[in-house]
Design a protein around this ligand. Structure first.
Ligand code: AKG
Length: 243
């Protein structure tokens, strides 16, 4: 089936099914009230006191941060990741996305195609390669990315006015899309805002088309984005790096 037709079929199926979006069909899932208020406040306090330098959109490569490691390995998060990947799910990368009045940003529609790796290896389907913040990255093939899920831990309420994540359900099944294909799909599809209160989690497949707009209010929207793999060993000796 052509990609456009596949998407239409996927969206129709979701509408007819009228089931709440789940990871298998929609490529994302909203899970409310995972961390309680105290846990969210402690995490924010710890991040505020330790991550004093932030980039335009936040801070990347945070898996070495003790409190983030603890959250990433929390049984509640592992259980959500296991729902997509099976019991071997392992966290490998953490990023803080910090959208606030001081740093108000947007991201255009895209798929997450890059994986951090231990070393460069010439394996078909992998590349181009790059280095970001001292970590080697490769664009990965769709089969490797289908064994990844990201859990976005919300540290603030994510509302329609503070630049929430927007997704186009089902698009993770379309494989790797070119820029022209992304434009085509976005043109026809109805995006969904992922709204959740602080302490809730949005699970998302890396290939789901996603974007976010600038916040229209002064409310911060901070999200800890933790990625999990079914296994750190992926393809032809390539091993995902902890970053
Ligand atoms: O948090 C956001 O608004 C965007 C996140 C994003 O673009 C990403 O995870 O690739």
């Amino acid at each position: 089936m052509q990609k456009g037709k596949a998407l239409k079929h996927e969206i129709t199926k979701n509408r007819i099914g009228m089931t709440p979006p789940d990871d298998t069909t929609a490529g994302y899932q909203v899970v409310g009230n995972v961390l309680d208020q105290r846990e969210t406040a402690d995490l924010l306090e710890s991040l505020d006191s330790t991550l004093t330098t932030r980039g335009r959109a936040g801070v990347r490569h945070l898996m070495g941060h003790p409190q983030i490691q603890r959250v990433a390995r929390d049984q509640r998060l592992l259980a959500i990741a296991a729902g997509s990947l099976g019991a071997s799910a392992v966290p490998y990368r953490a990023t803080l996305f910090d959208k606030s009045p001081d740093r108000n940003w947007l991201v255009a529609w895209h798929q997450d195609k890059a994986l951090p790796v231990m070393e460069r290896r010439n394996v078909p389907g992998w590349g181009p390669w790059s280095v970001k913040g001292g970590i080697t990255y490769a664009l990965a093939p769709a089969c490797a990315l289908s064994r990844i899920v990201a859990l976005r831990v919300h540290l603030d309420d994510s509302r329609s006015d503070n630049g929430p994540l927007r997704v186009i359900p089902g698009t993770h099944r379309l494989g790797l899309l070119s820029d022209a294909e992304v434009n085509q799909v976005v043109h026809r599809a109805a995006p969904v805002d992922c709204l959740v209160t602080a302490g809730g989690i949005v699970a998302m497949r890396p290939l789901i088309l996603h974007a976010s707009s600038k916040a229209e209010t002064a409310r911060p929207r901070r999200v800890l984005h933790i990625e999990y793999a079914e296994s750190l060993d992926v393809d032809g000796g390539i091993r995902i790096a902890i970053a």
